[in-house]
Ligand binder design. Sequence first.
Ligand code: AMP
Ligand code: MG
Length: 296
Amino acid sequence: MYMDTIVTVEVVGPPGERVFRSRTAAAFSWFAEVERRCSRFDPDSEVMRLCSKWGEPVLVSDLVYRCIEFALAVADATEGAFDPTLGGIMEAKGFNVNYLTGEKISSNSATRRKPCYRDVVLDPVARTITLVAPLTLDLGAVAKGFAIDLAVRELAPFRNYVINAGGDIWAAGSNERGEPWHIGIRDSRHSESVASMLLVSDAAVCTSGGYERPRDDGENGHHIIESITTQSPTGSLSATVIGPSAMVADALSTAAFVLGPDKGIAFLSAQHVEGIITGPSLRHHCTPGFARWEFR
Ligand code: AMP
Ligand code: MG
């Protein structure tokens, strides 16, 4: 269990048990490493130490730099609908418990105005990051995908495998029958049924669903929020993206969810990925090329 989700690796074919053990151990260690560096729930994580030093340039690891750089690019592309500086707001909404220790965190990033992704300034030469306002970074929409991509590199000796991190998937090569992997997209309302079946090879499939983590303080809403209203969007029940890397699919599924069916589908098309957004009446909105991936 990493990042509050179960991570599995399934491999088909050679080179055998011993390599399988060592490579999957290396793959899993990336989930631990990304979590250790990026967690919002650990005051000692690299990201939270960066947040505690706002106002000054902070030298960060390549891993943290790349994660934040990508999250900011998605924020820019969505004009801030996707915004990795919403950590303080997530915390205030009750998403403030470390799932491993049960401890409540309090990052003290209270500020007179709502922070925004433009408050995070990168220096690509010095590899430093400066937070120009007090804020708490939340990399929850990109970190898992990034960890999957790092794990994929460790599994290079295998051609055919699937990494599944709580429904966010990288499917390499083919299944035991030599066909593309069959990846089911869960029905937004009935978790036992499958809304659509995809045939996937060498691509990531990531889903953002409002059903995943409801607020546990009794208020309406869930773990994805729209940055301007700071409320959970009501236009989407779920969004799934097929992408060339898991970090891309992970972040863009969250972005598409926040944007809602109309803007979300236009956004995914502009980003050259395929995806499907389920609206509140269970209507499916798809990018033009999505059907090519569907098993019918
Ligand atoms: P995912 O499950 O990949 O859709 O990511 C959901 C996570 O993304 C949440 O748990 C938050 O950590 C984070 N998040 C929520 N709302 C936003 C948003 N508007 N922009 C960026 N990240 C968000
Ligand atoms: Mg996501």
